[in-house]
Write a protein that binds this ligand. Structure first.
Ligand code: FES
Length: 286
């Protein structure tokens, strides 16, 4: 059991918290592609690790990610106008490019050089598998985007959903790692008719294995005839993912919004095109 101090240490999302220090070093899902459907979409507010950000489409399809509050007087850039690959704040017209450079300050005197002195916080993004990932850490420490198998799957074989969880990210991960609930919460007695096993053993034994990516979690359940075991293997993958055996494989990301709220993204991929029934079933089977 964690002490309150230990719990705070790994759930607080202040700027200088150890959690942010660690999470900023990884690529994290920031929003779904469908939240920014095309280059004419309005900028969208993004909340991540206590940061208030804004995402927008560039003309070439890339996604820009800037600090939400204008470096001039703090207006929200959610209301900014997209101009080519830039955002123009609607208050006094400061214009920012995707790297946070200030290109125009129309309300300043002609002799003003303030735009050369201000740099607006900007972040790197990477879009794949229906999600837009963000890297918020130091630029010189940026990791290459992970080459997971789902990043190479055909678009039509992948599904991704997003839900708001009213708890901190660690509570979500803890629930996911606790495999015992699967025998009760997700038990479906109609599975017998489909030839799928019923989980008779409600108190699985656990084994864990430390790996270079995180932890491998093994739940062992006796089958009724006692000659076989049902072995359910899932993995905690740093910094906030759990890979679970739903269908082919499903990945659940628990991304901190702030100290008490979390975005959960569920990403799955099949060996054939996904149907809506697949997505519904994956979610009802958990
Ligand atoms: S507050 Fe944005 S330009 Fe003034």
């Amino acid at each position: 059991m964690l002490s309150k101090e230990e719990n705070d240490l790994i759930t607080r999302t202040n700027d200088d918290s150890p959690l942010n220090d660690m999470m900023w070093r990884y690529w994290l899902p920031a929003l779904l592609s469908q939240e920014l459907p095309d280059s004419y979409s309005k900028p969208v507010a993004v909340r991540l690790l206590g940061e208030e950000l804004v995402a927008y489409h560039l003309a070439d399809g890339r996604v820009g990610l800037l600090q939400e509050h204008c470096s001039h007087r703090g207006s929200s850039l959610v209301y900014a106008r997209s101009e080519g690959d830039c955002l123009r704040c609607i208050y006094h017209g400061w214009m920012y490019d995707v790297d946070g450079n200030v290109l125009d300050t129309p309300a300043e005197p002609a002799r003003s050089v303030i735009k050369n002195k201000v740099h607006h916080p900007s972040y790197t993004t990477h879009e794949t598998a229906g999600m837009i990932g963000a890297y918020l850490g130091p630029k010189d420490k940026q990791l290459v985007f992970p080459n997971y198998r789902f990043t190479e799957a055909p678009e039509e074989n992948v599904y991704v959903t997003k839900v708001l969880m009213d708890c901190n990210w660690l509570q979500g991960v803890e629930g996911e790692c606790d495999s015992a609930h699967v025998s009760l919460l997700h038990q479906r007695y109609d599975q017998l008719a489909e030839g799928r096993p019923i989980l008779h053993d409600l108190a699985p034994e656990y084994e864990t294995e430390e790996t270079d990516f995180g932890l491998r979690l093994v739940a062992l359940r006796k089958q009724n005839d006692r000659t076989q075991q049902y072995v359910r293997i899932s993995s905690f993958v740093m910094p906030c993912e759990v890979w679970v055996p739903v269908f082919n494989r499903e990945i659940h990301f628990y991304v901190p919004i702030d100290d008490t709220r979390t975005w959960r993204y569920d990403l799955g991929y099949l060996k054939r095109p996904v149907t809506q029934a697949d997505v519904n079933r994956a979610h009802s089977d958990r």
